[in-house]
Design a protein. Structure first.
Length: 145
C-alpha cells in the first residue's frame, strides 16, 4: 500500500488542477477551501490538533503551491478572498511568502500593493517590483474587460 504524506497529497491535488476542466465557480470553491485550510494550519493555536499528523509548515507550503497551480491553469485568484491568510503572512518563510505574494498580485487588486512591498522587503531574493508589475498588469486587464 502506498502511503502519501500530507504535502504529497496536496502535490497530487496540484497535478489534478493541471488537467481538470472545472467552472470558475468550482475552482473558486476549491481555492477558497484551500485558503481556509491554510489559515487553519497557519494559526499557531491549532498546532496542538495537527502536529501528531503532519508538519504544518510543510503542508502549508504544499497547499500554497497547489493554489498557485490553480491560478496558473484556471486564472481564479481574482475570485478568491485571501483575507484569512493575511494575519499569518508575516510568519511565513520565503517560499510561502513568495507564493502568497504571487497570488495576491494575480488578483489585480491595488489594495495589496503596500502589503506586497512590505512583505517582499523581508527577503532580499523576492522582487517586490515583479509582484507589483504583475498586479498592475492584471488590474489593467480587468479595467479593460
Amino acid at each position: 500500500m502506498v502511503k502519501l504524506t500530507f504535502p504529497q497529497m496536496f502535490d497530487c491535488l496540484s497535478d489534478l488542477f493541471e488537467t481538470v476542466a472545472w467552472s470558475d465557480g468550482t475552482c473558486a470553491e476549491v481555492g477558497q477551501s484551500l485558503i481556509g485550510r491554510i489559515a487553519y494550519d497557519s494559526d499557531p493555536a491549532n498546532a496542538q490538533y495537527t502536529r501528531h499528523l503532519y508538519r504544518a509548515r510543510d503542508t502549508v507550503e504544499a497547499m500554497l503551491r497547489a493554489l498557485c497551480t490553480l491560478e496558473n491553469y484556471h486564472n481564479t485568484a481574482h475570485l478568491l478572498d485571501f483575507s484569512p491568510l493575511l494575519p499569518f503572512l508575516g510568519s511565513y518563510d520565503e517560499g510561502c511568502t513568495d507564493s502568497l505574494l504571487y497570488l495576491l498580485a494575480c488578483t489585480g487588486d491595488r489594495r495589496y500593493l503596500g502589503l506586497i512591498q512590505r512583505e517582499a522587503a523581508r527577503f532580499p531574493a523576492l522582487s517586490a517590483d515583479e509582484y507589483r508589475q504583475e498586479l498592475l498588469h492584471r488590474a489593467e486587464q480587468a479595467s479593460q474587460s
